[in-house]
Write a protein that binds this ligand. Sequence first.
Ligand SMILES: [Fe+2]
Ligand SMILES: [Fe+2]
Length: 327
Amino acid sequence: MTTDTDAGNAAEQDAFDALIAAEQRIEPRDWMPDAYRRTLIRQISQHAHSEIIGMQPEGNWITRAPSLKRKAILMAKVQDEAGHGLYLYSAAQTLGIGRDEMTEQLIAGRAKYSSIFNYPTPTWADMGAIGWLVDGAAICNQVPLCRASYGPYGRAMVRICKEESFHQRQGFEILLALMQGSPAQREMAQDAVDRWYWPSLMMFGPPDDRSPNSAQSMAWKIKRFSNDELRQRFIGMLVPQAEVLGVSLPDPELRWDAGAGRWHMSEIDWTEFHEVLAGRGPMNSERLRARREAHEGGAWVREAAAEYARKRALRRPAVAEAFEGAA
Ligand SMILES: [Fe+2]
Ligand SMILES: [Fe+2]
């Protein structure tokens, strides 16, 4: 792993800056400032953890999905999230951190993941609201990340975004079916939208004037738009879709302010956001407990896979030599 030793690396720093300025990609083989590497490791691993923890609120409904078709779709969706976690862990590994280390940080409660997954999913309509709002917010956040300056991260995001748009549509379609159903079904859909709307707006992070790391991330071209810009864009996407669905968005202040050219909205309750982020959300300890149990329960699978890989390698003499050399 390269490290920056200030003066000696002036030429490397210049080369790095030139690549960024020219909209070129930084690749794992390239020199990069330590702070850039650390920021990426933190961001990509948090993102990977969010995908993995994010399987839980929906995985919870696979056995109770209302039809075989819904069950198959939900299983595919949850499986996609596992895949997203894997691409992102692989991208983080190119920066010099091990997968075991990241997993350890997650199950020990030392790593962050998106606070949205610490809310409960009491009804089937939550599957609709999560797909429409949570995956919808994820798309707004992630489409610009396809152009992130770090190559492996940007490339992982391309495939992830294609799958996220399927997720958003399946959520929309669940809500649409409920909104065309009985009064009780419509009420269930509206209730889920009411519960997920504000947390989904919080997914874009604090307002720009309280987001100290944003400027550096934008200068490094990891982040392309500010938190508030992305939140505005998301609301602009939701409003016409809410009309088609026939649901109302739970903000009496929400309206287009033509003069300012932006959506006017109520103040977000950031106290709640910080409580959930600090591990005091409704489901934090349950999510970590389930993750820890799954990790321990899967130990035999990891052992078997490692042994299988070792035996396969031994069948190829050149690789066998390398194994013996290392032993
Ligand atoms: Fe995902
Ligand atoms: Fe998703």
